[in-house]
Write a protein that binds this ligand. Sequence first.
Ligand code: NCD
Length: 370
Amino acid sequence: MPVCHGNTNCQLFIINYQLNMRHLIDPTDLTIEEVDLLMNRAMDIIAHPADYAESCHGRKLATLFYEPSTRTRLSFTSAMMGLGGQVLGFSDARSSSVSKGETVADTVRVVSCFADIIAMRHYKEGAPRVAADYSRIPVINAGDGGHSHPTQTLTDLLTIRRELGHFDRLTVGLCGDLKYGRTVHSLIKAMNRYEGTRFVLISPQELRLPDYMKQELRDNYTEVSTLEEAMPLVDVLYMTRVQQERFADRQEYERLKDSFILDEAKMALARKDMIVLHPLPRVNEITTGVDNDPRAAYFRQVENGKFVRMALIYTLLQWKDSEAGTTVNAGCGEGKCPNDRCITATEPVPHRAYHDKDGVLRCRYCDHAI
Ligand code: NCD
């Protein structure tokens, strides 16, 4: 959750009804120590799966997926099953009351009666934040529009930890759709907290990182225009697809979709001990010839996603039982968000805002400048 830097009286605006509840909406909702705890828990689950096989017996995970997903939804489902729990929910908003006009706030109030924990994916930016405000059970953001995807980030971090052994002093190349790529935004927020991280940004002009994200980076990034320039520099290369569903103009998508393609010739320019990650699905941006390169870690990454989601569900439920609380700061400002992809454009929620480190007023739900 962004912390408001604007007004020391901000605590007056705490609006979370369940102050004892921990959610995961933004990667920075977890401290670095808590990320470590989750990584260690995931490693323990990998080493001793039988010890966890009944740890969530009798618990239910609701998967509320308003936007298509294969990996993330199945990964959450498999994770809950691996903990001995059960899963309910929907994978198509048209089959839920949303098609009758129900708000996110009302849906989570209802689902709070049926489940113990929620994983929500939504096409509107900030929707899981709204869900967390009204939920009586922990909410996990499973991806909100082009904004954030914290559980993919935990997946990426566990993969980096298992493949490279540490998070410090890494150069991370981010390639593809940096504008709408929510996995990129969340990974930047998480990696930027470690000592000496540097970022190399590789994207078409039209899909460059949004300003609010660049602000996170300060001067620890460079932008390059070819993959060839980036290859020798990086410890981690994070490839992403150009996301057709985020484009209003199909022709624009067609023009940009094959801007950067990683192939064996480009891999020959990279370090021997680097790794290639991709949140998947892949379209054209990595040729299949790269798959057999030992540095291609993207399929190992998928399996790590299940383990880290097991660790997350286990931990959030444990925190809920022990009433480990946090206060949620709703910000000290108000103002209409200019981002038409933000949940505030369609749902009657309070137009809350917070001040970032530079004093810029930003939407509490999608982080855009107001
Ligand atoms: C990503 C997503 O949905 O944001 N995939 C995922 O969660 N594994 C990336 C994408 O869809 O391109």
